[in-house]
Design a binder for this molecule. Sequence first.
Ligand code: GLY
Length: 310
Amino acid sequence: MPIALVVHGGAWDIPDDEVAPHRAGCRRACDAGWHVLQAGGSALDAVEAAVRVMEDDPIFDAGTGSVLNVDGIVECDAAIMDGASLRSGAVAAVQRVRDPIALARRVLASQVVLLVGAGAERFADAAGHPRCAHTDLIVPREVVRWHDVRARLAHQPRQAFERPLGEVAGRGIVAGPMGTVGAVALDAAGHLAAATSTGGTGNKPAGRVGDSPIVGSGLYADDETAACSTTGWGESIVRVVLAKTATDLVGRGMAPAAAAGAAIEILARRGGGLGGCILLDRGGRVGYAFNTPRMAHAYRCGDGPVVDGI
Ligand code: GLY
């Protein structure tokens, strides 16, 4: 069975001066996941390794470097799913965790599927999972963006000020990052896995949870069809259950490239949203699509080289 791995580093209007670090970060993440697969590791371990690299890379909206919420702090969502068992683990609105995907992996090994906020943090502490300071996750770039967004939204009605930035952007009021990172993998045993991690949307309300930790929306993996990770405006992605929509299209016989395109068309037409997805089927065929100006991504299949794009 050929091994394969795809990663994304967010679909949005990535500025020109951030293109090179986004591409390089995706390549590093792809390399990390690939080493796991090449050594005979599982697809689950590979997607976790790839996403952890991007959570640690401050260029991405996940872990360190995440966008700031309305209170000016980082709150993260992450999920991981095993295509063999359909088991998943997720955390949402979690604070002071550098590697939310690793915490989600611990949830996967537990009896529940999703822990949020203070409960997720208590679970982390009980498991001895490392915590950090709020300030460890905040980078100067996002502080500047946060002040900029708040200054611009100060002239909008109060309800606009409190909306997640992605939704505001969808109404043409202001544009901004709608990042997120993710990975899908196929291991030598023929198993698929998916993982997604995000700081969400800029200036989001405290406690706002997007699509990323929601099975079927932010990710899906089923050994009988495909694995998918999504990125973009979470509120619209949830409307069309984007990841399950994409993998179902593969299940109905579509090639991953066509299925990814069709899923993003549904996101735009029925969900009214912007975003992207990466898709990998059980034969190791890759698909990806986005309706944003850019989506950072990289992939590697079988004996081929790493391919990156944006
Ligand atoms: N897609 C990430 C979010 O909306 O939170």
